[in-house]
Design a protein around this ligand. Structure first.
Ligand code: NAD
Ligand code: MG
Length: 387
């Protein structure tokens, strides 16, 4: 049996993880955590019968407790609830499918408790990779990437020696605005940015994909996961999203992992690793596809990617500022309080205003997050930054 708990079970990755559970009878769900979508979480509880469930707010906690009073389940809430789910005694793997830096503390707690991590929550590694990777090594736990690019790199590396890596070729679809110039992006509305050409995902990552901040986060994620130098990570725009990423070795050979754009493969691989199990779904038809194309990313238009490299070069608490400012800016954009171009302008502003902490602790990372959020609110409130 493979016993799992899921942080963020009602989201895009969370629900697809449960689809993998449906087709793998030896995977059992012990704990589920979600934000405030009590309706869907109740349905999931009735179907998968976990022993523990967590929601974020007290209101949702009261509501869910009443709804599942007939079942042998305990309902918890808030950060304490997430930490309980993360460290449940009976689980082998924690799937971190929650969105944002809220994943840091539960992920660290799970590693300390010896759980392997199926990691979708990239914000955690971007901001706390310097704490998480050594801790995972010390505790002997595996960080199994769920992000499709990182799973592709992980799969391509399997037979090779990590020291033989020359370069990581991180592919990017380019998002819905590929080919546009900066001036053309000024009037982009929330609805436009939420239309991703190849992937159906949660709102935050869909916006991040359109600004290429997602790719920036993935560069930093790859640096930590594969102990790579930033200079070794090259982003390649590949609009068809068939090659999910590649590894180039020191002899010039390149291994790529390909497939249809479907997150279920990387999710299943993370849960059943090192085994590769059968899976249904559409296959790549190369005759139908005709060609695979590649481009250089336009970092003048999509400044978010360039800023990620800068933040990672500076290191310390700067990637936290990059990520926290983006999280806040995306939520302000989704609330229609700022314009599309202001997202990256505010990230730059926050980075320019930050005094770097070299080796931040969890507390310092979370404090930096709060400070970055406050700075953004004051900039937007005072109208200094009009995109
Ligand atoms: P989503 O918005 O669809 O789902 C997020 C989940 O987190 C939901 O279940 C939500 O209820 C839960 N959540 C949010 N705030 C919470 C809180 N305070 N307490 C408890 N639960 C909370 O997001 P998603 O697209 O599934 O992405 C999740 C993570 O996976 C992100 O870090 C994203 O970057 C990463 N990721 C997603 C995809 C994808 O295809 N969706 C691909 C690669 C990586
Ligand atoms: Mg990805």
């Amino acid at each position: 049996m493979i016993n799992i708990a899921i942080l963020g079970s009602t989201g895009s990755i969370g629900t697809q993880t449960l689809e993998i559970v449906d087709s793998n009878p030896d995977i059992q769900v012990m704990g589920l955590a979600a934000g405030n979508n009590v309706d869907l979480l109740e349905q999931q509880i009735r179907k998968y019968r976990p022993r523990l469930a967590a929601v974020w707010s007290e209101k949702a906690w009261h509501d869910l407790q009443m709804r599942v009073a007939d079942l042998p389940i305990r309902v918890v809430c808030g950060m304490e609830g997430l930490l309980e789910i993360a460290t449940m005694e009976e689980t082998d793997i924690l799937v971190t499918a929650i969105v944002g830096m809220i994943g840091i503390r539960p992920t660290i707690a799970a590693i300390e408790a010896g759980k392997n991590i199926a990691l979708a929550n990239k914000e955690t590694l971007v901001t706390a990779g310097h704490l998480i990777m050594p801790l995972a090594k010390e505790k002997g736990v595996s960080i199994l990437p769920v992000d499709s690019e990182h799973s592709a790199i992980f799969q391509s590396l399997k037979t090779e020696n990590a020291e033989q890596i020359e370069k990581i070729l991180l592919t990017a679809s380019g998002g819905p605005f590929r080919g546009k110039k900066r001036e053309e992006l000024a009037s982009i509305q929330v609805e436009d940015a939420l239309k991703h050409p190849n992937w159906s995902m949660g709102q935050k990552i869909t916006i991040d994909s359109s600004t290429l901040v997602n790719k920036g986060l993935e560069v930093i994620e790859a640096k930590w996961l594969f102990e790579a130098e930033l200079e070794q990570i090259q982003v390649v725009v590949h609009p068809q999203s068939i090659i999910h990423s590649m590894v180039q070795f020191k002899d010039g050979g390149i291994l790529a992992q390909m497939g249809m754009p479907d997150m279920k493969l990387p999710i299943q691989y993370a849960l059943t690793y090192p085994k590769r199990r059968p899976m249904g779904g559409k296959r790549v038809d190369f005759y139908e596809l005709g060609q695979l194309t590649f481009e250089k990313p336009d970092t003048e238009t999509f400044r978010g990617l360039k800023l990620a490299y800068e933040a990672a070069h500076i290191g310390g608490s700067m990637p936290t500022v990059y990520n926290a400012a983006n999280e806040k800016a995306v939520s302000l954009f989704l609330e229609r309080k700022i314009s599309y171009l202001q997202i990256t302008e505010l990230i730059l502003e926050a980075m320019n205003n930050h005094k770097v902490i070299a080796n931040p602790t969890v507390e310092e990372i979370l404090r930096t997050q709060t400070e970055s959020e406050e700075l953004l609110c004051s900039l937007v409130g005072s109208g200094i930054n009009k995109g």
